[in-house]
Design a binder for this molecule. Structure first.
Ligand code: SAM
Length: 290
């Protein structure tokens, strides 16, 4: 009998220590571009740029990206805005430095970083989903406020609010050359009383020799109501504005179903005119009510 030329997949236990970032942002960081190819971000980055330009009091020139990951949005935004990219994970910053060598990179936590300067635009993209408690979300929003110039705009892009969350599964991945990745993503709520959901991922990683490894990875994400989002953004000193996400795959497959984007804000210190009645009138756009 001849040896089987096809290597069998190997399965590894999760090596994620409690409190550590998912392994996708550590030892698997180099696989990220196969999971979410940079080119896929062009349309959404153009949408964020339009929002920044529409809602800024002055023509924006600088951007702070909190939780910038592999820098896939920045890769498209940097032609228009001078970008400073902040992420907690050194491996993700290394990836982004290779893609965006002209951008400033800072390793820091979005809950506590203080750079001592302000930016015309602050983007808190999908990394904000990792704020898994109200205290963490409040801290991240405070960081955004501290770094937003007067008349500038901060934009928070989240996958779900409590009202729109649905458990479900997604698949994805790509294999442009040599290596390939496929993923099964499974979202679920472990305890309805806690404001979190889990995204359990299983990656199939195929290397250049055809060897396949299976890796599980758990992502713990915050799940807050619209009112909580608006209240926290308001309390930080912003004027909240909910904006429907305009994207050709808004109800499609790239990210989760029922995407809700985004509380987009103008920084203004709270004034009496920002009354509860006015906040209540800040309705979520109907396009986001999936
Ligand atoms: C999905 S990636 C972001 C991708 C990014 N939006 C882009 O345009 O390529 C999520 C990132 O959030 C980062 N992250 C999670 N918690 C963080 C925190 N507290 N402070 C800074 N970065 C954080 C992770 O290290 C990871 O790189």
């Amino acid at each position: 009998m001849t040896a089987d030329p096809t290597p069998k997949p190997t399965t590894r236990e999760s090596t994620q220590p409690p409190g550590e970032p998912p392994c996708l942002y550590r030892e698997l960081a180099d696989w990220c571009p196969l999971l979410t190819p940079v080119a896929d971000y062009a349309e959404e980055a153009a949408f964020y740029c339009r929002l920044f330009e529409t809602h800024s009091r002055h023509s924006p020139r600088t951007l702070l990206d909190l939780g910038s990951g592999g820098g896939h949005n920045a890769a498209h935004l940097k032609a228009r805005l001078g970008c400073t990219l902040v992420d907690l994970a050194p491996a993700m910053l290394a990836l982004s430095r290779r893609l965006n060598p002209e951008c400033e990179h800072v390793q820091a936590d979005m809950r506590s970083v203080r750079l001592g300067r302000v930016f015309d635009c602050v983007l808190v993209h999908d990394a904000v989903c990792y704020m898994a408690s109200r205290a963490d979300l409040q801290s991240a929003i405070a960081t955004a406020f501290e770094h937003t110039a007067p008349g500038g705009v901060a934009l928070f892009q989240l996958d779900f609010v409590a009202e729109t969350f649905e458990p479900g599964t997604e698949t994805g991945g790509s294999d442009p050359s040599g290596r390939g990745l496929r993923v099964l993503e499974w979202r679920w709520v472990p305890e309805p009383s806690r404001e979190i959901y889990l995204t359990d991922m299983a990656y199939l990683l195929r290397d250049e020799t055809g060897t396949v490894e299976v890796r599980p990875d758990r992502h713990v994400m915050g799940l807050f109501s619209r009112a909580t989002w608006l209240d926290l953004i308001d309390a930080a000193g912003f004027e909240p504005l909910a904006v429907a996400f305009e994207h050709s795959s808004a109800n499609g497959t790239r990210v989760a179903n029922g995407i809700v984007y985004s509380a987009q804000c103008k920084p203004m210190r709270r004034t009496p005119s920002w009354s509860k009645a006015r906040r209540n009138s800040c309705r979520w756009p109907t396009g986001c009510d999936a």
